[in-house]
Design a protein. Structure first.
Length: 454
């Protein structure tokens, strides 16, 4: 029987990062990754296979990183965890002994109970090279595509599938707006406008009732009774934790089927850790359960799990919720709480907004506008959330906002923080969006205070 100090199940965002972190913190330990697939996709790059990057093979996590970090790889499926004798059983029958185990088995797509979703040419988003290649063939032949789910993944797919193809694409969303689970309505409407300008048909406040056709899909029937023509349907409504082997091993799951972990990413078993989409998450703000599954969260948890295997070095403060996406050339991003989410938790909030070009002067080549909106707690002035729309540089600015949230910076801290600026790279220091959004919020807080005291 093979023996390893550390065995990691799963080789995507969480598993790979957990293994690399284990190697850094415990250089003397023997580390093995067991993963199902011979080629691992960059999960967040999947929509770009259908436009910008062209094929699944252009969207892979290189295995060179394993050799560089002296991590062994076994391609195979773990079918059983025997926690009492500290072994895992792999599909070929082989058993491997571990001292510490990390479960990073990720998530699998949700399939809604829509009649006809088993018809030919109906796809979900699997992280599987062959499956996604066959979807690519179908999209290339398609004239009418329907995407069920107007979240950021559905919108990215619509935008990418439109590139270089003469194809009708409809995005179907049951909420009043696309992107609504992430952004405030103002930003959702702007996002919808941009994708409509790119020729995508947006259908909101409508559910897919049935997928019809003989063997292959022909239409999607909506809750209103209308039908939309379709030769390919893509269902992108989310994922659920893949935690079957953990459950069968008697490791505790929560009511949503995710592996329960403490703040050190330790499961109900002392020597078994979990990270990524397969494990439960709580909010940074009120520690309530959070359903969010993002690669950035998975990697953050993996850095904690890998570091804590033999000694507690790091702890998890909970999920801030930092997303970014791009529609056409416009970035949309959010970190932390929206106004609505903050009020739901019980915060009184003040919002500050600022908009400026991301270069200065604004006539610099490549310059475009970036609008930032920040949400602060009334009274303390602590930053709770932020969202932005505009220039692609917003993809990095949102991370700065997320950092500010995690360090509980106040509006005053943000208004006076020392940024670096450059005409070709950033907004002008005078118009720097996050500082000015903070100033706008401070102004409002002062007005509110005056009103309160008068
Ligand atoms: C289309 C799409 C776009 C996305 N875009 C973004 C984005 O822009 N930004 C972002 O932050 N997030 C994005 N996400 C979410 C992100 O992909 C996930 O949060 C991330 O993949 C989670 O990583 P993970 O390692 O936990 O799980 P997964 O990526 O699901 O990987 C799980 C791994 O475990 C392996 N495995 C499972 N069971 C076994 C077993 N029994 N034996 C052996 N191996 C096993 C799998 O084969 C796989 O290697 C996107 C997701 C999708 C689908």
């Amino acid at each position: 029987m093979k023996e390893y100090d550390v065995v990691v199940i799963g080789g995507s965002a969480a598993g790979l990062t957990a293994a690399i972190t284990a190697r850094r913190f415990y250089p003397e330990k023997k580390v093995l990754i067991v993963r199902k697939e011979s080629k691992v996709l960059i999960p967040c790059g999947i929509p770009y296979i259908y436009g910008t990057v062209g094929t699944p093979d252009n969207n892979l996590i290189p295995d060179a990183v394993l050799e560089k970090n002296n991590i062994d790889l076994l391609v195979g499926e773990v079918t059983e965890i025997k926690k009492d004798d500290k072994t895992v059983k792999v599909s070929d029958g082989e058993s491997i002994k571990y001292e510490k185990l990390i479960i990073a088995t990720g998530s699998i797509p949700l399939v809604p109970p829509i009649k006809g979703s088993d018809k030919e040419n109906v796809f979900v988003i699997k992280k599987d090279v062959e499956y996604l290649s066959s979807l690519l063939d179908k999209v290339d032949q398609s004239k009418d595509m329907v995407i069920i789910g107007g979240g950021f993944i559905g919108m990215e797919f619509a935008d990418e599938c439109k590139k270089g193809r003469d194809i009708n694409i409809s995005v179907l969303e049951m909420l009043p707006h696309c992107l609504m689970l992430v952004f405030d309505p103002e930003f959702c409407k702007q996002g919808e406008e941009i994708i409509k300008q790119r020729g995508v048909n947006i259908i909101t406040s409508e559910k897919a009732e049935e997928i019809t056709g003989n063997k292959k899909v022909e239409t999607v029937k909506l809750s209103s009774g209308d039908t939309v023509k379709a030769d390919v349907v893509l269902i992108g409504i989310g994922t659920r934790p893949e935690a079957e082997i953990a459950k069968n091993a008697g490791i505790e799951l929560n009511e949503k089927g995710a592996i329960k972990v403490d703040r050190y990413m330790q499961t109900s078993e002392k020597d078994i850790f979990a990270c990524g989409d397969c494990c439960e998450k709580v909010s940074f703000f009120d520690k309530s359960p959070v359903n969010l599954m993002l690669a950035s969260i998975a990697v953050n948890e993996a850095r904690i799990a890998g570091a804590n295997l033999y000694k507690i070095n790091r702890s998890n403060e909970g999920v801030i919720g930092t997303y970014s996406t791009v529609i056409g050339d416009t970035a949309l991003a959010r970190a932390g709480l929206s106004v609505e989410a903050a009020k739901k938790i019980g915060y009184d909030v003040v919002v500050g907004q600022a908009e400026a070009p991301n270069c200065h002067p604004g006539c610099m080549p490549g310059s475009s506008n970036l609008k930032v909106s920040l949400v602060f707690e009334e009274g303390t002035g602590i930053l709770l959330g932020g969202e932005l729309i505009g220039a692609k540089s917003g993809g990095e600015l949102i991370n700065l906002i997320s950092g500010g949230i995690s360090k509980r910076m106040t509006a005053d801290d943000i208004a006076t923080f020392q940024m670096g600026t450059h005409p070709a790279l950033t907004a002008s220091p005078i118009a720097y969006q996050i500082s000015n959004a903070a100033e706008m919020a401070i102004k409002q807080m002062q007005v509110t205070n005056i009103n309160l005291s008068s």
